[in-house]
Design a protein around this ligand. Structure first.
Ligand code: ATP
Ligand code: MG
Length: 488
């Protein structure tokens, strides 16, 4: 009666438990995903076996004391999602006194005990190939109607563990589900309990929200349920802050839409997070300019970099991650500078931002424009930036590419310092540009020795010809970049 395709690495585990006389069910996210017709990311098994029973049954296991979970390890499988199958004994939770975690976790007697402590009905369905579904809370139906609803009274469940509030929000963004109205009201009433949750856990949920397909939905919902204060309080100031004509949305919505475009493009976490914070300090820096008849936000990227650092630090993001996001926030305005773009300005920016961040910064810029709600099509100026960034990043063609240098000519070949050194190197460069295999130390040394036998006039001619060739090569390389970006 196998209704789903379950990898044999997983059935091997449930079968072994059953053959040893225990119950074994798939449970949680994997059953939810199977019902939705999606491939689970990982597989969880629940059983009435105790940890030592489980470790005895399988060759390679490791045991996590805190939760009683035993990881059953299969090193031979190429499929990473089944390399570790987590087997957890039935559990029941006793009292919660701090909205954080139960005072004690103990093993439960039955599958029913175990399902009862789970957060949402969609996560409280058990499935076994032998026995089919065990679904006391109507999870299958809720999955079909795409609704998130708690197991038991929502208020009680959120009082036990406030992280469930954020998990509900995260699942809306990941699964595209709605939150049942009673559960939603309870979220709103209990949101302040999130204050008791460790920032690291909030950070992890927030990160999953950002990496989901619809992070924007999660943030609109958090606004509606008045819980931003406990997750990303700095966003609140942007609500209702109007901007100039280049923007359709208030600062808050602009930030969300910038982040969302990163998700729509499938771009990195860093771009999405920087998108969420890039204009975080527009509210504090907004001034009315009489001359312009418009709002200005001078220095918002400088203040914003500071605010973003503080906010991400509060959320306990790692220092390296924070540094990168702050850099992106700090320099996101570079592109809007109305002044003429010079290559040296671009070089300076590349130095400020770091080569490793430069393409993320350009992508953030794309998100920013789309997030304004009044995007022009990719304007010429932006393509020009990309072209110039590429130009700034490439190594120019020059005598420094040669596997020989002036020092060798002076010290080993006993040539006096003077123009003959440059002529010789440029003559060698021309040969190498025509045939790159000649960029060989031995060859160049011999060839240099020959060249240095020439008189000034002859050597100068060769050198100048080399210089011309170098310039032509440079020009061509830059033209190729410009053609690629349609700015020629
Ligand atoms: P995914 O792995 O796709 O994020 P998941 O539902 O598997 O989703 P996990 O965090 O892996 O989520 O948790 C596994 C299961 O454990 C959940 O499906 C749920 O039944 C239960 N669970 C997890 N966290 C809680 C919690 N805070 N309160 C109650 N039950 C929870
Ligand atoms: Mg899971």
């Amino acid at each position: 009666m196998s209704k789903f395709s379950i990898p044999f690495e997983v059935t091997r585990v449930t079968k072994a438990l059953e053959e040893a006389g225990f119950e074994a069910y798939l449970v949680g996210g994997c059953v939810r995903d199977l019902i939705r017709g999606e491939r689970p990311k990982d597989w969880d098994v629940t059983t009435n076996a105790k940890p030592e029973d489980i470790t005895n049954l399988f060759e390679e296991t490791f045991y996590n004391n805190e939760y009683g979970t035993v990881g059953v390890y299969d090193q031979n499988t190429p499929d990473e999602s089944v390399r570790i199958v987590e087997v957890t004994p039935y559990r029941t939770e006793t009292t919660y006194s701090n909205a954080r975690h139960p005072d004690s976790v103990s093993f439960g007697e039955s599958l029913e005990d175990d399902l009862k402590r789970r957060d949402f009905t969609m996560n409280a369905v058990a499935y076994s190939e032998k026995k089919g579904f065990v679904d006391p809370y109507g999870g299958e139906k809720d999955i079909a109607r795409k609704v998130i609803t708690t197991v038991g009274k929502p208020k009680d469940r959120f009082n036990e563990d406030a992280l469930r509030i954020l998990r509900a929000i995260r699942f809306t963004a990941e699964l595209g589900f709605a939150i049942d109205s009673e559960t939603a009201s309870a979220i709103q009433e209990s949101a302040q309990n999130l204050k008791k949750i460790a920032k690291e856990r909030i950070r992890d949920e927030l990160s999953k929200i950002l990496m989901s397909e619809q992070p924007i939905q999660a943030f609109f919902l958090m606004k509606q349920l008045e819980m931003l204060e406990y997750v990303t309080p700095d966003l609140i100031r942007g609500i209702g802050i109007e901007q100039n004509q280049a923007h359709k949305y208030d600062v808050f919505e602009h930030l969300l839409r910038t982040m969302q475009h990163g998700a729509d493009k499938g771009w990195s976490f860093d771009i999405r997070l920087a998108g969420l914070y890039h204009d975080i300090s527009k509210p504090e820096t907004r001034r009315w300019s009489k001359e312009k008849g418009n709002w200005t936000f001078y220095g918002h990227e400088v203040v914003g970099a500071r605010v973003a650092r503080r906010a991400l630090n509060d959320l306990k993001f790692p220092k390296k991650k924070i540094d990168k996001i702050v850099t992106l926030v700090r320099w996101h305005m570079f592109f809007s500078d109305p002044e003429k773009i010079t290559l040296s300005a671009v070089r300076r920016m590349v130095r400020n931002v770091g080569e490793e961040n430069i393409w993320d910064l350009l992508n953030l810029r794309i998100c920013d424009r789309i997030g304004s709600g009044r995007p022009k099509e990719q304007p010429f100026r932006f393509r020009k930036y990309k072209s110039m960034v590429e130009e700034a990043l490439r190594d120019p063609i020059s005598v420094t590419m040669l596997k020989i240098d002036g020092k060798y000519l002076i010290e080993e070949l006993e040539e006096k310092a003077g123009p003959r050194i440059g002529w010789t190197l440029h003559a060698l460069l021309e040969e190498v540009l025509d045939d790159s295999s000649k960029n060989d130390e031995k060859y160049l040394q011999n060839r240099a020795e020959e060249l240095l036998k020439l008189d000034d006039q002859a050597l100068k001619e060769l050198g100048e010809s080399g210089k011309k060739r170098q310039e032509a090569f440079e020009k061509e390389a830059i033209e190729r970049i410009q053609e690629k970006h349609w700015v020629k």
